[in-house]
Design a protein around this ligand. Sequence first.
Ligand code: GLU
Length: 460
Amino acid sequence: MVVTRFAPSPTGYLHIGGLRTALFNWLWARKNGGKFILRIEDTDLSRNSQEATRAILESFDWVGLDYDGEVAYQSKRFDIYKRYIQKLLDEGKAYYCYMSKEELDALREEQQKRGERPRYDRRYRDFKGTPPKGVDPVVRIKAPLQGDIIFEDGIKGTIVIRAEELDDFIIARSDGTPTYNFVVAIDDALMGITDVIRGDDHLYNTPKQFIVYEALGFKVPKFYHVPMILNEQGKKLSKRDGAMDVMEYKRMGYLPEALLNFLVRLGWSHGDQEIFTIEEMKELFDPKDINKSASAYNLSKLEWLNAHYIKNSSNERLLNLLKDFNIYLESHDKKEILLDALKERAKTIKEMAELAKEILEEPQNYDEKALKKALKGEWREILTLFLEKLKINEPHLPVDYHKIIEDVVKEKEIGFGKIGQPLRVALLGKLSGPGLDEVMAIIGKEESIKRVEKFLRKFE
Ligand code: GLU
């Protein structure tokens, strides 16, 4: 069975790089009918916050990634880690090191003077004497003294690390708390993780975790180290570029399926297909197809995908999503026409809400440039004739309004633009927006008359 995990350190919000890692792991588990575990790596008690954990869970909930079993918290597993540290000590695979910080600093300085890479010199590895008094020792693991650590990364290929490059690294600090690489390896092994898909910033942690696996006789999982997401300039993605809290995307009006579709394509592809339903992703995703090179964040692609998913959403769903942006349409008699018009045009739910406001609320001012175009020639006679006709008709649907516009066009022998421009500015205050027949059907006959009359009075 395939068992994957997402293992965030709760030091801040979940950002989209993290969500992409989670998605890849989730897809791989779900595709194989396996398990996906969420593990909160909160051993560094000084840097973690419950708020960050809450934010991670909230993001998972919003995008719909589910996990198997309870969330695992490393902070609740200290007893387990202690037991394994003791086991390694008992078996002579780890040892107490009594070197003080000052001694370590001095050693480092000397090594640097000699042009060597600073590293611990293993002086306590086979120490048999009486330990110095007053020093709380750390525990170090015995790394191999010779040979190579070799592993096959599913994305990067064969990785070879020479034993000389590895230290007897610390697995327990002097206060007894276990270190990062140790607990990751213990947990991955005990939780039966078969496939680790994670950012390639962890690539050089892997040999250390290997040493732990080997020492304890654990089975080594398969690793996939995923290249980073870069910005459009090829630099590390910053907050400004989009590396922000996943929930910020909700606040900006993105749909979760658009964000997941966007993320799955950052670093993974299937031919030139761009749009993937969750079901398709599950069917097609395979970590071995993840690109070797970094991928670039591209906001217009996300907008494009979001527009696609908005267009294909039910009006009922959109109506509910708009509530987050203070647009309440339940009792509006023309909500279907309105939502149909909006979803053809908006790239985000936020934009939908803004467009809705522009239609539903009478314009407070008129765009200067639009006025210049609209207040031309016979605009007053044209709008007056339109008003006359509107008043004696009982239009309901866009076609009914279209018919009235058409009648004016015929009677005055003008092009559509001659009525379209002044009418549009009168109704919306500007020249852009949905079709006028739709706008009028949405706001209704009385409101349309009111807006046109106000416009005629204002530009007497
Ligand atoms: N906790 C690590 C992080 O948030 C991830 C560890 C891992 O995936 O092995 O970067």
